[in-house]
Design a protein around this ligand. Structure first.
Ligand code: HEM
Length: 435
């Protein structure tokens, strides 16, 4: 790809490069995500290249992101899903108005992360637009990240310049928002509903459990990670699910059939949807076709080097990595139709015996890089899966969706996250009789 930099595609190498031991460290690509504060470079759990730093700051929060930790936040997610449905109904459902669902899924994703983090939505769904330029700033920061990570040294001139900071737009507004919520919680702890703890409650609790690791600054750091890593990625995944369903009416019909038969409570509980086979297949397939991360996740070959399956040898110190978009289109793993959206590939074929299916499924799961892999796998995947499963099941139980112009394609732009725009749809009520 460039000097000392190799793009790998063989899925057999995933477990080596993205190992759970963390012996392939992240490259300087990730340093662009550090921040310069009072003359010091501050790393975070995503950007750090050090296993020791990573372990130290992950330890206090890891269990909060386990599935049982995430499920304790489900009532907060329900609140946002109800607001989302109400806003769609006020503005679009059974009305002649076209909905740019890409924008509204972004508002939902930011608000649901706000709700589980602070017990209050940021307010995008109510406003129906950007607030304090938070969304546009996040986009510009990603545009910067995608370009400058290719030559991280430039970052020392632009973002980390000790004399004069030239850019990109900083996360000042988002960090200020997090700091404000934290101070309010500390000062008005008595007015907060402690029977339903949120992430902020848990992070503040960690100050007591890990006083030498977690202080107020670190709490803000954890809060920011939730907002910045968790919102855009979830919105991108939801857009992919809805777009591919709209472009593939037979898949959409199968999903409606499954959801209608399930007769779900609304908002759908995670428990009632987690084992719906077709819904799970749709989610997996949309994430395979359109993983949120669209660049190489760079790692450094450790001492000892890397022997490739074809016998070639990669020297220690070389930067290697894989791009989920490339691996997910591997025809040997996903079949000759790997470029097509086909949720059925995740289900057992009619003529397929159980053992063949299990092996095929395992090969596909092992090659799934949607959430990365190894010791630096996505911290928030359980949260993202809960949010996506619940909202997709709820939306497709309540509404019919149709593209305004079925021939038109969406626009996509790869800025590390591969974001989509221009998904214009019409919405009507599904199963009117039961509405
Ligand atoms: C569908 C939604 C999401 C997708 C597709 C996604 C994808 C990813 C990927 C591919 C990585 C690995 C990046 C790399 O190795 O370079 C990652 C890491 C990470 N993600 Fe996510 N993510 C999602 C949602 C979330 C959420 C909701 C949160 C937080 C609440 C989150 C927090 C993180 C963090 C902290 C890391 C860094 C982990 C580490 O380096 O140890 N993500 N994510």
């Amino acid at each position: 790809m460039g000097p000392n930099f190799i793009s790998l595609t063989d899925p057999r190498l995933i477990k080596t490069i993205y190992s759970t031991r963390g012996n392939y460290a992240k490259s300087d690509f990730y340093s662009v995500n550090d921040v310069l504060q009072d003359g010091h470079i501050i790393q975070n759990v995503f950007s750090t290249r050090s296993n020791a730093f990573h372990a130290k700051y992950m330890r206090p929060i890891q269990k909060l992101y386990s599935m049982s930790g995430i499920l304790s936040l489900e009532p907060l997610a329900d609140t946002t899903i109800s607001i989302f449905c109400r806003r769609l109904e006020e503005l679009f459902v059974d009305r002649p108005n076209t909905c740019d669902i890409g924008d509204w899924l972004l508002y939902y994703a930011w608000d649901v992360v706000g709700e589980v983090t602070f017990s209050q939505p940021i307010g995008f769904l109510e406003e129906g637009t950007d607030i304090n330029d938070m969304l546009v700033t996040a986009e510009k920061a990603l545009d910067y990240f995608a370009v400058i990570t290719q030559m991280p040294k430039l970052d020392h001139l632009l973002d980390k310049n000790p004399l004069y900071r030239l850019g990109p737009p900083s996360f000042g507004a988002a960090a200020g928002y997090c700091a404000q919520r934290m101070m309010e919680r500390i000062q008005h702890a008595d007015t907060h509903n402690h029977s339903q703890p949120d992430f902020l409650d848990h992070f503040l609790e960690m100050k007591k459990t890990y006083p030498d690791v977690v202080d107020n600054k670190q709490v803000i750091g954890y809060l920011l990670i939730n907002i910045l890593a968790g919102a855009d990625t979830t919105a991108i995944t939801l857009r992919a699910i809805i777009y591919y369903l709209l472009k593939n009416p037979s898949a959409m019909a199968k999903l409606y059939a499954e959801l209608d038969a399930a007769n779900l409570p609304l908002p759908a509980s995670y428990d009632s949807v987690r084992n719906l086979p077709y819904l799970s297949a749709v989610l997996r397939e949309a994430m395979r076709m359109h993983p949120a991360v669209g660049m190489i996740m760079e790692r450094i070959v450790p001492s000892g080097g890397l022997a490739l399956p074809d016998g070639r040898f990669v020297a220690p110190g070389t930067i290697v990595g894989m791009n989920p978009w490339v691996v997910h289109r591997n025809q040997e793993i996903f079949g000759a139709d790997a470029d097509r959206f086909n949720p059925d590939r995740w289900l057992k074929g009619e003529d397929e015996d159980e053992e063949t299916y299990r092996e095929r499924l395992k090969r596909m799961k092992d090659a799934d890089l949607t959430f990365g892999a190894g010791n630096r796998v996505c911290l928030g995947q359980n949260l993202a899966l809960m949010e996506c499963n619940k909202v997709v099941a709820t939306l497709f139980s309540r509404y019919n969706f149709g593209l305004e112009d079925p021939k038109r394609e969406w626009n996509i732009q790869n800025s590390w996250f591969v974001r989509q725009t221009d998904i214009r749809i019409r919405i009507t009520r599904h199963n009117k009789a039961t509405a």
